[in-house]
Design a protein around this ligand. Structure first.
Ligand code: GAR
Length: 199
């Protein structure tokens, strides 16, 4: 049997980075066949950067506030990502809308986690909106990124039951626990070819 080459990942974050942590931990403790080549944040104060640095993962900040427009920010971001020639670019709580230019450049390699059962509740405040809509079930989705915001093909989902006394916070907490299993699983299935990029 030939050993599988680990997938090289560049992970983009904006904040806490708990999904990034779950991927690093799955590599370290659960034989996820991947390696994190870099963690890039658009916010210098993102707490996830400290965790990544403590794991000796190269970290960079491309501060969106230092750029005049989305296109120039995305150019700088793409340049940084390309330094690592990753197999996958993982959006893990990366809260910037990417330009079509960026998305096309990484087409088939760019995946995102979104805290809803897409196509329901694209955008923000998904947990409160699911409660307000009286949903019986809510969850998280992994999808390939296309030019349409939260609109690319969904490859894996996790579901949770919405409880009668749920608040946005309690629901978010249960969904997040599922996200932490879902992202490593999606990367594993991409590594084994069970999940393939859209044509
Ligand atoms: C996660 O719940 C993720 O699904 C969501 O942000 C959170 C980031 O948490 N992403 C989006 O809303 C993308 N539109 P984390 O920084 O702890 O991984």
């Amino acid at each position: 049997m030939t050993a599988q080459k680990p997938l090289s990942l560049v992970i983009l974050i904006s904040g806490r980075g708990s999904n990034m942590v779950s991927i690093v931990e799955a590599i370290q403790h659960d034989n996820l066949p991947a390696q994190v080549s870099a963690v890039i944040s658009n916010r210098p104060q993102a707490p996830g950067l400290d965790y990544a640095a403590a794991q000796y993962i190269p970290t960079t900040t491309i501060d969106h506030q230092a750029y005049d427009d989305r296109l120039s920010f995305d150019h700088a971001l793409a340049e940084e990502v390309n330094k690592y020639q990753p197999d996958l670019v993982i959006l893990a709580g990366f809260m910037r809308i990417l330009t079509p230019e960026f998305v096309q450049q990484f087409s088939g390699k760019l995946i995102n986690i979104h805290p809803s059962l897409l196509p329901k509740f694209t955008g923000l405040n998904t947990h409160q909106r699911a409660i307000d809509a009286g949903e019986a079930e809510h969850g998280a989705s992994i999808h390939y990124v296309t030019e349409e915001l939260d609109g690319g093909p969904v490859v894996l989902q996790a579901r949770v039951t919405v409880l009668p006394d749920d608040t946005s916070d309690t629901l978010a907490k249960r969904v997040l626990a599922e996200e932490h299993k879902l992202y490593p699983e999606a990367i594993r299935q991409i590594a084994t070819g069970q999940i393939t990029p859209p044509k």
